[in-house]
Design a binder for this molecule. Sequence first.
Ligand code: FES
Length: 227
Amino acid sequence: MLSLIGSALGREPLSRVTLVFGNRNAESIMFLEELEDLKNRYPARFHLVTVLSREEQDAELFSGRLDADRIRRILEVVIPPATVDEWYLCGPLGMVEAAQEVLAEVGADAAHVHHEIFHAEDSGPSVVVDTSAPPEAVVTVTLDGRRTVVEMPTKAESILAATLRARPDAPYSCTGGMCGTCRARVVDGEVTMTKNYALEPDEIAKGIVLACQAHPVTDRVTLDYDA
Ligand code: FES
């Protein structure tokens, strides 16, 4: 988020950025020096709104958790939604969902609401796989130009987990549907996703899925990581 802000302010002389930044207290504010630097370089175009969950500030509005009610009130007072071209949400799942809910209420176009989640509470149950069992599904993956056929003893495991047995070079990071590192395109067959915090609706419409959250629906699926 910090690098996006710096790039936008540096490259687009007419851009304006308001950062609503939630922290516990003044001492724990992350990247304070970098933010102060941005304020000094772009005093008329960068507005920092600090919300502290465990420290009283002069205004009650900025003291407490960044929940839906507080976000709603901050928009009313500080950021008229009609003046915003792009929204960027970054934080724990609950806060991002609260912000999405409020932005939907005020009529923000979902195509202009971007998000990144850095913590989700539930990583889901782990699945025990008997690799000697006959396959319930067969997945063909193309990765770095090489096709590999992966047998899945159970559709309950993720396509990523099955793929890693045959292709340890398959990309992934969070395995929780958040980072988007494992994205691939379904070119044949059908899959379902358990969770998705990373893909936008237009990407899903193009057949992009998160392999760490994808399970085969059809017995044969073809995924292309290179597409
Ligand atoms: S590995 Fe992060 S979304 Fe799949």
